[in-house]
Every structure is written in structure tokens, then in C-alpha cells.
Design a protein. Sequence first.
Length: 359
Amino acid sequence: MEIRIISKTETFSKLKEEWHSLEKTSSEMTVYCTFDYLYTWWKEIGINKGIRLCIICIYENSKIIGIAPLMIETKRIFGIRLKILKFLANADFHNFLLNKELGEQRIIRRVFDAIYSIEWDKLELSHISNKTSLTHFLLKSEQYNKKVEFLGENPILFLKNYDSFLIYKQLFFKKKINNYRNRLKKDFNVVFEVIKGDEKDILSKISKVHIERNQDGNKRKSLFEDTCRYNFVKEFYKECNRAMTFLIKTDDGTIVSYATCYSYYDTIYNWNTAFNPKFQKYSAGDLIYYEMINFFFEKESEIKKLDFGAGGYPWKFRMTNTFETTYKLNLNNKNFKKHHFLEIYDKVFKMGKIVLNKK
């Protein structure tokens, strides 16, 4: 197998056709592994942050059979400059692209051969699903097992688990949900709408709702206030098949609540949601998911999976009782002088987390 490492934007761009071809032969694809998502992120965010591309490509008989989309980020910890090798882009799930017909484990081994040919101080491979070949590879390894850390849960709804929306609703929505729904319709004559991509300039409209919601006693800034992040989403949403936004709005166009999602084959990835604080008494945050999930059962038979996104917030677990766990490989490079410093730093960092969790 031949290893090629991509470090330039122009070469990354030329990978498009080969990448798309590998997407079709990989059994563990998510929207976050696609060329379209990662290249758009790189153009709008990564390239502006002084991050170095480090995409590992594995070839066999001149055909691409594996891609590890990585980057090198330089950070300073206590004044010490560190090179951190990590997955490319921000995402709820990360993974290698692997040709399932040619032996995923052997391709992963070759990727790690390539990783050790690169200069880095710390390897951080985060948000790896428990369902992937990569997680299996790491956990069965004497070398990596103890360096794998639990990260969190991604609540997921599999629609096939329920014969109808009525059955699902009885299990997961509070009994008063119909009362809230009817009151909202009566008071404001609301409608439910589904918008693909950035049609009707929807991103601009929902960003205002999200910014207002985050100003309502919330210390966190809205992600839409980050210009680079907003431009990334705007660019990615240009293709209508990549995204869907679900919203409830009044007859004068005021948005009550929304959920905006990436779309990839039979899966919807919910990554952002908010409701107008003026409609809080109508349980607007729950109602958008009521309408959205009902829509999947009634209109969108090709949608089989709704991923509620990273973050184990209680409201997500009120919507489903299934989830995927994610892990992180946190490995310090023993071949470099900063190894001892990083080992001490990691121990102190873990102790700090334990203390905070106990409070």
C-alpha cells in the first residue's frame, strides 16, 4: 500500500472525485466525513486559523482505499508550543474513510504507520463512534487501549423501532403536548414548514432567533455570531440536498421555533435548534420536534435515523432511549522532548475535571 499525505489546499481540491468514490465504498459514512463538508469547512474556517492540512491517503494498485482527514493545530500550553494532530473540522462524529471490501483493519494499520512518519507532539482523535472499525482497532490494541477516553453520548432516534408516530408520541412526549399545540394554533394560527438548504434566506432568519435566545440570560454567545462559522454553514447550505430546516411560524412570518439539520442519505443530523422566548409557555422547544418527527413518519419514508447531535442534554433523552457513545484517543508522542510535560499536564487536567464533577 502506498501512502500520500496532502498538505496543500489545491491538492485537497483535486481529491474530490476520488473522495466521492470512496464515500460509496465506506460502510461507516456520516455527513461529517464527506468531502463537501470537510472541504467547505477548510475553505471557510480552517485555512483562516493557521492550521496545517495533514490528510493521509492510502492507495493500493493506484486506487484510493483509505483517507484519514487530519490537520495539525499549533497551541501553546503554559508557554510551550505544541503540535497537535487531530481530525479535520468540528464535527459530532469523526472517522477514517475505509474501503469495506479491502479489509478495514489493515487499512487503519497503514494509516497509523503514516501518522508516526509525521512530526507531532500530541495525537487527539476525538468524537469516534463506538460503532466504528477505528474504535474497535483502538480498544483491542495493547498500545492504544488505555489511551482511549469516553467522551459522551449522541442520542439517536431510529424510526423503524416504532410502527407509527402515535406509538412513538405516547412513549416520548408529555401528555399535554396536544394542548400546547392546539393553543398555539388557536392563538397565532401557526404553520409547520420544511425548507431545504438556504432557500428563503432561512439561515439569516434563524440566526436572529438563536442570537436572541442566547441573549436571554445565557452566558454563551450564539455560534451565528462567529463570522467564519456562519460563512461555513451558509456555503454548505448552498446545495439544497445537504440540509433541511424545520420551523413553526406564525401567519405573519414570526419564527416560533426551529431545528436545522444536515442531511445525508437516510440520516438527519440535528446540529442547531432554538425557540423564540416569547413562546416559551407553549413548550415551543418540544413542539418543533413533535412536528418534525411526525413529518418523518408521514411524509419522508426515506428518513430512517434522526441524530440529535453531541451533548447529553436531558431534553434529547426525552426524545429517544437509544444513543451512540463517542470516544477520544489522547496520545502523547514519546519520541519528542515534550512528552514528559504532556504526561504531567494530562494528569493535572484529569484531576481538575474530577474535582469539578464532584462539585
